[in-house]
Ligand binder design. Structure first.
Ligand code: ARG
Length: 466
């Protein structure tokens, strides 16, 4: 059967070969087969229940659909670009299997509401799957946060050493970021979860259909309220890509940190052999390829988002064939994000943290200068601005002597500020510095432990992960 036979009534001849090629989407939309068959099962049950088709035809249709599902799953399904897309492939095969009754499945339905429904179902499944991957990554980060709650590392702004922080606190920052990504998924899923099925081509239908019934069968919360919007809305795909872009950006930032930390100049962490590659010429090299690829792939999600947004922006209501271009960017972004999340979880689980190197580096660059200024305020009742100035002078002195703040003698300190006592040395160690940062959300090891406990509880309540 050629595509032409489905609407052949008004066509005298078939499409040009190049038309067939530009028109066909089967090479990528075959991924919607399970959703397409599920949608047709729900639609045919409803047509039977509403007595729009006979029980006998309905049963034949449903048996045929199940056979097709098995055929596709077993890899025994031939595709033909002349049949354009997955919807027509399924229908054509159904006709081969059950004959004329197949023609009744498309009653009160159009490919426009069909594809809108299938694609929503696919994106919804993907959202649920990715949420599980994100939960797993959070679990991996929490394990590291707990293990390294006391490990001191330099905290950076402008990639300049700023103040000592704990590695556990740094891991928890990403737990928060990925939690917002999961929140975005949850919000987008709730808006996605309306059924366009029954919007028909664009205007609804004169058949006495029950849209609540199909919505319920497909686990949607309700049917979409406007048939024009039902067939032409792709916000759910855009929101998915918006989520994917932001989540990929988060992954890319973590990947970039791993690239920096694992360099010979930093040596804060070491990636496991299973997530690294060597060089074909330089025997000493161990490259963090997985991290680099995660960083590199982030551009694809953002590109996918832009591509769909641009495709949609000039479309008059309702469906336009342009919209067939909605699927590839979503598939690409989803596939890559799934890969990146799994690779990142594996990398984080396997990473070796060089606590001693990090702690040794965390005092460099006068990172406890703020602690010194705070001491002057707290012990000498100095206004903070003045304390800032005095500390600046002490940093200058240490710099001139090529030593750290803690290496200045009490006499040297007192030459800048006579009120300084021995007590000052307590706040100059990086361990003391981080231990003192107990304000809510601060980096103290005790805070990290509390936050890990809070997150573990939340993760146990929500389930998921691996
Ligand atoms: N393959 C099409 C798509 O992906 C299905 C809808 C076709 N509808 C139509 N009126 N030509 O968008």
């Amino acid at each position: 059967m050629s595509a032409n036979e489905l609407w052949g009534g008004r066509f005298a001849k078939g499409p040009a070969e190049i038309m067939e090629r530009i028109n066909a989407s089967i090479d990528f939309d075959r991924r919607l087969y399970a959703q397409d068959i599920m949608g047709s099962m729900a639609h045919s049950s409803m047509l039977m229940a509403c007595k729009i088709i006979s029980e006998e035809d309905g049963r034949k249709i449903q048996e045929g659909l199940q056979t097709i599902l098995r055929e596709i799953e077993a890899g025994n399904f031939k595709t033909d670009p002349a049949l354009e897309d997955i919807h027509m492939h399924v229908e054509a095969r159904l006709r081969e299997l059950i004959g004329d009754a197949a023609g009744r499945l498309h009653t009160a339905r159009s490919r426009n509401d069909q594809v809108a429904t299938d694609f929503r179902l696919w994106v919804r499944d993907t959202m649920d799957h990715l949420d599980g991957e994100l939960a797993d990554l959070q679990d991996a980060l929490l394990d590291q946060a707990e293990a390294e709650a006391d490990t001191v590392m330099p905290g950076f702004t402008h990639l300049q050493a700023a103040q000592p922080v704990t590695f556990g606190h740094h891991m928890l920052a990403y737990v928060e970021m990925f939690s917002r990504d999961r929140g975005r998924l949850k919000d987008a899923r709730a808006r996605l979860n309306e059924s366009p099925l029954g919007s028909a081509a664009l205007a609804g239908t004169s058949f006495p259909i029950d849209r609540e019934m199909t919505a319920k069968a497909l686990k949607f919360d309700r049917p979409t309220a406007n048939s024009l919007d039902g067939v032409s809305d792709r916000d759910f795909a855009l929101e998915f890509l918006g989520f994917a872009s932001i989540c990929s950006m988060h992954l890319s930032r973590l990947a970039e940190e791993i690239v920096i930390w694992s360099s010979a100049q930093f040596r804060f962490v070491e990636c496991s052999d299973s997530f690294s590659t060597g060089s074909s010429i330089m025997p000493q090299k161990k490259n963090p390829d997985a991290a680099e690829l995660i960083r590199g792939k982030a551009g694809r999600s953002a590109g996918a988002f832009t591509s769909l947004l641009m495709m949609m922006k000039g479309l008059p209501m309702t469906y336009g064939k342009d919209m067939q271009e909605d699927k590839e960017p979503v598939f690409d972004a989803a596939d890559n994000l799934q890969l990146c999340l799994a690779a990142m979880s594996g990398m984080i689980r396997d990473i070796t943290v060089n606590g001693e190197v990090m702690t040794a580096a965390s005092g460099a660059g006068f990172t406890t200068a703020t602690d010194l200024a705070d001491w002057l305020v707290q012990k000498l009742d100095m206004p903070f601005r003045q304390a800032h100035h005095v500390t600046g002078a002490l940093v200058k002195l240490a710099e001139d002597n090529k030593c750290g703040l803690e290496d200045l003698s009490l006499a040297q300190m007192q030459s800048v500020e006579s009120g300084i006592t021995d007590d000052i040395y307590k706040v100059l160690g990086v361990q003391n510095s981080v231990a003192s940062r107990v304000s809510y959300g601060g980096t103290a090891p005790s805070n990290v432990r509390e936050q890990v406990t809070r997150w573990r509880k939340r993760r146990a309540e929500e389930g998921g992960g691996k």
